[in-house]
Design a protein. Structure first.
Length: 304
């Protein structure tokens, strides 16, 4: 018996319908398609189940790791000897007037599509972002000049004390790839609200199609990756710096700096987390040595 057996027993009592998986391969839950097993994973289908899972774990001094779409995450080859709560089942979406609400497990692409279907503009940039609402809110995701901070109005979450709180977005310190939630990973984001603007559906669709075409032509969407590997250093573009240092196409094991866009590290087949981690370190060391600029990973690491 290990420390997770009492948690499993407690969850089966308090939330008998909650899906639990032991030794779940994390490679199946990340866009890198890399990662060993999580000791225990819960897949709640409702806010209530998610809260029960969090509270039960905390009562046993186990801190859960919250997983959205796994699009910005590298999991160790050895896996994660912890408790993962995957929020994909919290994917509700609703629209009232110019207000759009999405659960933390809802894909950002679906949120953007719902906005378009309701004739609302402001989320076109999010259509191709592979992450979830929860993960996107936590890091203030953005692309092509747009960021969630431009449209978010309120965020509902569960704090460490088990309180259900809704904060105005302006109180959530939304800056470039950083928010109040970045500093409080134990807070479970449950729902976000955005205020949008009525627009011409044809124009909204045209903009979404235009951005999708840009992504297809410039990004290595055909290979597993975690999206942009590094945050944008002030005054520069990470991909340009990496290419400038002659690293485009460079690989370690199955990991490679994309030949299509140097800002992406891709899994060209059979890559291990160690391959990716070593390649990221090679990029950082080379760029720092050649340019004096320190690249900060946008990718998060789990189980290392």
């Amino acid at each position: 018996m290990d420390r997770f057996d009492p948690l499993i027993q407690a969850l089966r009592r308090s939330a008998p319908q909650l899906e639990l998986r032991e030794r779940e391969p994390m490679a199946s839950h990340t866009t890198f398609r890399i990662g060993g097993p999580a000791r225990l994973m819960a897949l709640p289908k409702s806010r209530e189940e998610a809260i029960v899972a969090v509270q039960t774990a905390r009562g046993l001094d186990i801190t859960p790791f919250f997983l959205g779409n796994g699009s910005d995450l590298l999991v160790s080859d050895q896996g994660y000897e912890g408790f993962v709560i995957k929020t994909g089942g919290l994917d509700q979406v609703s629209c009232a007037g110019d207000r759009l609400r999405g659960g933390s497990g809802l894909l950002l692409s679906r949120l953007a599509t719902t906005a378009y279907q309701n004739g609302l503009t402001g989320l076109e940039f999010a259509h191709g972002i592979p992450g979830s609402v929860g993960g996107g809110v936590a890091m203030n995701a953005g692309a092509y000049g747009g960021e969630l901070s431009q449209v978010l109005t309120a965020i509902t979450f569960l704090n460490e004390e088990g309180e259900l709180i809704t904060l105005p977005a302006q109180d959530c310190a939304l800056t470039y790839r950083h928010t109040i939630f970045t500093d409080h990973p134990a807070w479970l984001i449950l729902e976000a609200e955005a205020a949008l603007v009525p627009g011409d559906p044809a124009a909204i669709k045209a903009r979404m199609d235009e951005l999708a075409q840009q992504r297809r032509s410039k990004q290595p969407l055909e290979l597993p990756s975690a999206g942009s590997t590094f945050k944008r250093p002030e005054g520069h573009f990470a991909g340009s710096l990496i290419e400038q240092c002659g690293l485009k196409g460079v690989g370690i094991g199955g990991a490679q700096v994309s030949e299509k866009h140097a800002g992406f590290v891709v899994n060209r087949g059979g890559a291990t987390a160690d391959d990716v981690r070593r390649l990221i370190e090679l990029i950082q060391n080379t760029v720092l040595r050649e340019t004096g600029i320190a690249l900060e990973p946008e990718v998060k690491f789990l189980g290392f």
